[in-house]
Every structure is written in structure tokens, then in C-alpha cells.
Ligand binder design. Structure first.
Ligand code: KCE
Length: 324
């Protein structure tokens, strides 16, 4: 048994949304391999915060069950967050159905979620030890689906400005070139965390120290250690760190170098075209590489994942990468 679901980019590839059916109701959710809560806008969300969101109404689901007294509360690294109550329902993603999946109903959401009307919640795909439900931590959709999957994996094929896909339970070899390169995962902190062994800017030599990184479909950009960020932008003459823009910007006319991350024997190339992320409207462009805020590990978000076909292997606790 498996599932294949389309991942549609919002404007500027800021996030990728996928249709999820919960108790017969379909909402577009942001699949997030960097968190482990499945939460939705619902009839429990204050009407002032519901705005033009699609909401889930548990009263209209014949399979919803309340988990009495259970709560959740999550804060994301970008400062946003949400909280609420919990129940279970039947959840279907791309034809793959999980019964009695914990579904977290938002009773409060931060302004970033209120204003992003296309995003009706998150579906966490990190490890279940990151789930925030109390008093009893809940399993993710992927953890619950694992036993019924042919292969205990899901794959991400995100694309620039065009629909991509997530597959659950199988690896579609038509979606990548060559062989998959596997790297062991340390899931002790709940992330898809692994070691990057070095990096290269443009056609320069690979150097630098090894560092920890997480594969995070829920983060838009490629967030790296400040030293690597400075090294990278030293190769773009007009680059500057702009407070008003919220990060490094450069003239849109500049030739933007590739970044290569050495992962074991695999050289993961992120082409310069993806590293010129968006236009600021004043002739400057916003970089796809930005600071990780000094949190001790790099966050390989969508900018990185658009350039690699990625296998999240729950069975063998490993990640696989291949060029597309
Ligand atoms: C930000 C997303 C989670 C999210 C997604 C979408 C949204 C909006 C829809 C409202 C746009 C908000 C939030 C990410 N998911 N793993 C995440 N959740 N927790 N940490 N991260 C990654 C991180 C992202 C940005 C940092 C950061 C760490 O540290 C410093 O700046």
C-alpha cells in the first residue's frame, strides 16, 4: 500500500501545500519534515482568525473522536506558533489511509498563520518524539502509516514554480537520475538530522569543517552557519546583509554561484538559479542562502530539496539523496 500526493508551491515557492482528507473533509496542509504535529484550522479556531481559511469541522465527521483533556502547543523557529485541543480521525493522503490519527485542532494561531490563507495547517513528518501533545505524546501520520507501507519510506520531489510530489511507501526511480546516496540519520532530537562533510562555492574547492544539518520540507530557504554564509556571499560583489530585507540581498543582474554540499561520497549541488530566490522589487534579489541564526545545525529547506530527490527512510533511519 502506498500514496502519492501533489505538492503545489505557493508564490515564490514560499511553501508547498498538499490536499489531505480528514473525516471526509479535504484541506491543503503544509507537509513539514521538521516538526511532528498534524494540526488544522477548525471550527474551534476563533472566527476572527479563521478569515478565508478552509476549516475542519469535527462535528461533520462520523469518525472523529475527542481526546478529552488533551492539548498541544507549538512554537516554530520563525517565531510563529499555534495551540489547541486534540482528537482522532481517519486521515487520507494520496490514497493512503490511517485510521485513528491524532488531529490537533487550533484554538489559537499566530498572525503569520492567520494571514497565510492558503495554509490550513501543518502535517508533521519528523519523528514522533517531537510531537507536542500532552499528557500523551501522539504518533505522526507517517509513523502510523509505517506498518502498512511496502517500503517504510516517504520521498520528496519539490520543484521550482511547478507542482512536485510526496510519495509514501515506495521509491519512484523515474523521479531521479543515477543512484540514491544514503547517509545515516541521528533522530535523537526528533529531526531528520545528518552530517554534511564540507561545502564548495561555485567551482571552488570543497573545504570547511563537517557540520550537522536537518532535512526540513517546512522551511523555505537554505539556512547555514554564518561563516559559510559570509564565505558564499563574498563571491557576489554587490551582496550585503540588509536589515530591511531580512537577510542577504544582491543586484538581480549578478551571476549567482552554485553551492555544493558534500554528503559522504555525494556532492549535492544547489544551482545558482535556485539561490537567486526572489525579487525585492527594487532591482535587488533575496538570497536562497541565509543565516541559521546560530542554532547549532543547518536547516536544508526547500531551496536545497528542490535540487535533490530525497528519501526519508523511517525503517532504516537514513536519508537518501539523488540528483534530478
Ligand atoms: C518555520 C517552519 C514551520 C513553519 C512553516 C510555515 C509557517 C507559515 C505558514 C506561517 C509561513 C510558519 C512556520 C519550520 N518547519 N520545520 C520550523 N519550525 N521550527 N523551526 N523551523 C525552521 C526554522 C525556520 C526559520 C528559522 C529557524 C528555524 O531558526 C531561525 O529562523
Amino acid at each position: 500500500v502506498g500514496g502519492d500526493v501533489t505538492a503545489t508551491p505557493e508564490s515564490d515557492d514560499n511553501e508547498y501545500l498538499c490536499p489531505v482528507t480528514i473525516g471526509g473533509q479535504t484541506l491543503n496542509l503544509d507537509f513539514d519534515s521538521g516538526s511532528s504535529d498534524l494540526w488544522v484550522f477548525s471550527t474551534s479556531t476563533p472566527s476572527s482568525e479563521q478569515q478565508s481559511h478552509t476549516i475542519y469541522n469535527p462535528a461533520k465527521s462520523s469518525t472523529f473522536k475527542e481526546l478529552n483533556g488533551f492539548t498541544w502547543q507549538i512554537s516554530y523557529g520563525d517565531g510563529s506558533g499555534a495551540s489547541g485541543t486534540v482528537g482522532t480521525d481517519t486521515v487520507t493522503v494520496g490514497g493512503l489511509t490511517v485510521k485513528n490519527q491524532a488531529v490537533e485542532l487550533a484554538t489559537a494561531v499566530s498572525s503569520e498563520f492567520v494571514t497565510d490563507s492558503a495554509n490550513n495547517g501543518l502535517l508533521g513528518l519528523a519523528w514522533s518524539n517531537l510531537n507536542t501533545v500532552e499528557p500523551t505524546q501522539q504518533q505522526t501520520f507517517f509513523a502510523n502509516a509505517g506498518p502498512q507501507l511496502q517500503q517504510n519510506v516517504f520521498t520528496a520531489d519539490l520543484r521550482h514554480d511547478q507542482p512536485g510530489s510526496y510519495d509514501f511507501g515506495f521509491i519512484d526511480t523515474s523521479k531521479f537520475q543515477g543512484n540514491l546516496n544514503y547517509v545515516p540519520v541521528d533522530n535523537s532530537q526528533g529531526f531528520w538530522q545528518f552530517t554534511v562533510d564540507g561545502y564548495a562555492v561555485g567551482d571552488g574547492a570543497t573545504g570547511g569543517n563537517s557540520f550537522s544539518a536537518i532535512a526540513d520540507t517546512g522551511t523555505t530557504l537554505l539556512l547555514l552557519d554564518d561563516n559559510i554564509v559570509s564565505d558564499y556571499y563574498s563571491q557576489i560583489s554587490s551582496a550585503q546583509n540588509s536589515n530591511s530585507a531580512g537577510g542577504f540581498v544582491f543586484d538581480c543582474t549578478e551571476d549567482v554561484p552554485d553551492l555544493t554540499l558534500q554528503i559522504g561520497d555525494y556532492a549535492a549541488v544547489v544551482p545558482g538559479s535556485l539561490l537567486n530566490f526572489s525579487q525585492n522589487g527594487d532591482g535587488t534579489c533575496f538570497g536562497g542562502i541565509q543565516s541559521d541564526g546560530g542554532q547549532g545545525f543547518a536547516i536544508l529547506g526547500d531551496v536545497f530539496l528542490k535540487a535533490q530527490f530525497t528519501v526519508f527512510d523511517q525503517g532504516n533511519v537514513q536519508l537518501g539523496f539523488a540528483p534530478k
